[in-house]
Every structure is written in structure tokens, then in C-alpha cells.
Design a protein around this ligand. Sequence first.
Ligand code: HEM
Length: 384
Amino acid sequence: MGTYTFGPVAMDDSFIYTFFPLLAVIAVILYLKSKENAKVTTERAATVPYSLWDPNRKKTDNKTISPTSLPQDPVITPLRDANILSTSPYPFRPYKPVSRMTMGIEKCDPNDLFLLDSSYPARIALRKDLTIRYPNTLGASLQSTGAVKELYTFIFHHMSSRFPELFAINPTDSIFNNYVSGETYPLHPPGNSLVALKAIASTVEEDVLVLMQNPGEDVYRLQAFAGCFPNGFAWSEKMGMALSEIHGPVPLFKEKLEFSVDRFFGKLEMGRWVKRFNWTVAIHDQLCSLVANHIYQGVEFPEKLESVKLDGCYLRVERQVLLRLPVSKAIVFFIKTYMTPLNVVKAEGQGEALATAIEGMPDKLAIYKGRNIWGEAVVSALRS
Ligand code: HEM
């Protein structure tokens, strides 16, 4: 019988023949257990009640999640407003006399995740049509399967809790009813993420982006999306990218925002919902804009406009909401796009304020937003 020495420890054959097989068995058990846990997480994500997203829920509640024991939806106040679909979109005017590249994060009341208004019926019809005609409006990595299921359940519960007259869950048939579009969807998320994302795209007006960390990485990457209204790019081209890469074409992002955005994503707590705004001027009315609206470095400038008609130009505002899903821990980014003709902005008495804001953009950002093309003509029309 041989004896081996490992540093100060001496072992004989019989120990080695018992110890290493035992170690291998433990490793296999741990591996199987971790696979099982991943499966349970995915299944639980699909069935958890809405109250998991209660922003007032204490951190410790995480440990005792039971899909059946939690009370339904304690924070969301039902909005029973018969006129909601005849209300004009909220006039967000987020521009400032001088823009700075800042995070611009504000707290978002969970009741205000989705702001329904008169644009809703036409927008969701357009989104459904776009997902049918252009399959690359939807995308999902394998890694995002559990998060997409969780998101699907979350959105249906949220919509029916907040707008009970427009959306309802029928627990007997396990069906989500959208009374506005007449569509119904099974409450249990479909196995195919693209089917789930198509239902999401046809239910909410917002583009919905799911960001997750790859194992062993700190940065967040785009892992799934339902993106029908991109502002000058294709969401499919951003798939798999980290936030720094997604924002590659955005001037000043690297210098001014990248570090803060990455840190913010790493620290975003569940239950802390936030919102921010982007704005630009568009010289067309296309919500789904794959190429226009931005001038990328190295691309030839289109010709400068001598004059514009304000009713053909738009203030394009994005209201963005960020939150973390409780089970998958994915971060979801919702973008609702508002398009207001500039003659309306001017009629509100905002002509001078917008003209000043256009002039007050940092030069590099202004070039990216195409100010060289429309800037002078739009500013002069707003002031005339
Ligand atoms: C706190 C978080 C974020 C900040 C501060 C931020 C900031 C910005 C800014 C300043 C721009 C320039 C556009 C403009 O001002 O109109 C921009 C563009 C953009 N952002 Fe973000 N962003 C954030 C999160 C995200 C997330 C989560 C995504 C997507 C998953 C995203 C996707 C984009 C895209 C696709 C563009 C346009 C890039 C292009 O032109 O190719 N952003 N963002």
C-alpha cells in the first residue's frame, strides 16, 4: 500500500480511493441541484403573484415567496376612468435651456408605469402589425427565457390591476382579456419567448427591453426585446450588447455617463422604479424609424433644410421607466414615445423655450441629433 504526502498531510491508497469518488458524487449532486433550482426559478417566475413587485415590500419578504400566500396587489390603485382612452397624451416637455449629459433619473410611482391615453388603441394595433411584418422587432436569447416569462406575467397582472375596466384576468380560464383590442392571451406564459414577446408588444405601447448579466460578468447586456418604435437604429442590432456598446454611437456617453449608468444598473434595487426622458426633433412622423433621426460618425450629412413646415415636424419624447424583476433579477427598460407636431408645441406658447433648448444642446450631441439639417429652419419657424 502506498503513502502520499500533500504538504503536511500524508494519505494512503485507501483514503484516496474513497475520497475522490466521494468528491465526484458530491459535485454531480451539486450540479443537478443547481439545474433543478434554475428550473424552479423559471417556473416560479411564471406564476408569482403581482404583489412580488410591490415596491414597498420589505427586502426580507424575498426569502418567503410563496405564489399562493401573498395578498394580491396591495400598492396598485385601480384607475376607473371611463375617459382614459379619450384623454390626450400627457404633454411632456422635458427640454431645458441648456442640456447636460446627466442620468436624469427620477422616482417613478408604480401606478404610473403605463400611462394610457387616446393613442393606445392605434398604437397597439400598429405594434401587432409590425411584429407580424418584421420579425426582427422581437428577439430573445436562451438565457432570457425565465425573465421573459416573468415579464409576461408581470405585465398582464399590472395592466389588469391598474386598469380593471380595460383589462382583466379570468382566473377560471387562466386568460388575460384586453377589452380594448379584443385579444385574449393565456395567463400561463408560452414556452417560446418570441410568442410571449409578441403578446407583450401587442398589449403595451412601450418598447420593452430586457437586460441581464452573463454569468461571471458585471455588465448588463440586452437579452430580449419587443421593440417596434426604435429611434434611428434597429433593436436587433443591439442584441447581446452591453450598455456601453449599445450607446457606442451616442457622443459624450462614454465620457459623461457610462460609469454612472453601469454602476446604477449594478445597484438598482428591486422595488425602486425610476424614470427618465430623452427628446429630439423628428422631421417626419414615423414611429418606427430604423435609419432617420440620428447622424452617426462617418456618415455623410443630408442636405441642410432651408425651411420647414411645423405641422410636419415633431417633438419626439421618450419616457423611459426602469425596474428590476424580483425573480430573474433582470432589469426591464420600458420606452413610451410621444410625438407632438411642432405647431402644437408652438401653440402652447413653448416655441421660444424649445428653440432655446435646441440651441442649448452640446454641439456633439446636436450633430448626432441632426441639428445641422433641421436646426436653423426649425428654430426660425418656432420663433416666427
Ligand atoms: C440610466 C440609463 C440610461 C441613460 C442615462 C441613457 C442615456 C442615453 C442618452 C443620453 C442617449 C442619447 C439620445 C438622446 O439624448 O436623445 C441614449 C441613446 C440610446 N439609448 Fe440610452 N440610456 C440609458 C439606458 C438605456 C438602456 C437600458 C437601453 C437599452 C437597452 C438604452 C438604449 C439606447 C439606445 C439604443 C440609444 C440610441 C443609440 C443609437 O443611436 O444607436 N439606453 N441613451
